[in-house]
Design a protein around this ligand. Structure first.
Ligand SMILES: O=C[C@H](O)[C@H](O)[C@H](O)COP(=O)(O)O
Length: 271
């Protein structure tokens, strides 16, 4: 196993140890390569999972749950009003405020609704994902769009300052654009690194001048474009903050676990 895979595995183990609830009823399981180690860590706990339902965030996630011998219930099979005890997921990049970019594997829409239905959203990643600002190392924002509106959305993204947004191709060019689990397209939109709370506190405005955006502002602007199903920026309230405000679930993780290059695990908690 490579050092990066070991880092993901170590982070998953600590995240599950710290956040997998005793007597869990509903658990969200995200998508990607890191979440595989989360499921492995859940199995390694050796707890009785017979009464627990695992909510996938897409096809890969559902197969992962089933292959582990766990019970998968898709999001539309959750009884109305049910709050998931916890949701675990990976990320493509995480900033100092625990805002995330997700969607590198094209699963961002279901990942967002699952995270927002959970009491706690926990992010698990390796050290390459931890950066001071979003779009430092990961250069594009994945955006899920209705195919018929894709070119219109591209024009609107260019007006927001994105240079050369593209429709993500499928693995085989012959098949044309990649299709998500919803049958939608993904647009990958490059923007310059985004502002975080400390930049705003230091007087930077984040109003889009020179296309330098504050995370929440850009996320909202993209979401407002007709034809956009969801944007791969996870920001705003955490689950506990949303619940204190009388709602449920937040899209910003309450904690993020990073497997570091030296084998340790670094934990960041949302402020
Ligand atoms: O669409 C994919 C998801 O947002 C993944 O959680 C994200 O891309 C991270 O994936 P990985 O764990 O493979 O780095």
């Amino acid at each position: 196993m490579s050092a990066v895979e070991k880092a993901k595995q170590a982070a998953a183990k600590v995240a599950v140890t710290n956040h997998y609830p005793k007597d869990a009823r509903w658990v969200g399981i995200g998508s990607g390569t890191t979440i595989v180690y989360v499921v492995e860590a859940i199995k390694a706990l050796g707890v009785d999972t017979s009464a627990t339902k695992y909510v996938p965030t897409g096809y890969q996630s559902k197969q992962l749950i089933i292959n582990a011998g766990l019970t998968a219930v898709e999001f539309d099979g959750i009884p109305p009003g049910t709050i998931l005890d916890v949701a675990f997921d990976g990320a493509d990049e995480v900033d100092e405020d625990l805002n995330c970019i997700k969607g590198g594997g094209a699963c961002l829409f279901q990942e967002k609704i699952v995270a927002m239905q959970a009491r706690e959203f926990i992010c698990v990643a390796d050290h390459r994902k931890l950066q001071p600002r979003l779009l430092t190392n990961w250069k594009t924002i994945p955006i899920e769009v209705a195919p018929i509106a894709a070119h219109r959305v591209i024009t609107k993204l260019q007006e927001l300052g994105s240079i050369d947004p593209i429709i993500r191709p499928s693995a085989s060019a012959k098949e044309g654009p990649l299709k998500t689990d919803q049958g939608f397209f993904i647009i990958d939109a490059p923007f310059p690194p985004m502002l975080i709370k400390s930049d705003l506190a230091a007087g930077q405005e984040g109003n889009g001048k020179e296309s330098i955006w504050a995370v929440d502002v850009l996320s909202r602007k993209i979401k407002e474009i007709a034809g956009v199903l969801e944007v791969g920026i996870f920001s705003g309230l955490t689950g506990p903050e949303a619940s204190a405000a009388g709602g449920i679930g937040g899209q910003r993780p309450v904690a993020a676990y990073f497997g570091m290059a030296d084998g340790s695990v670094s934990v960041r908690k949302a402020q």
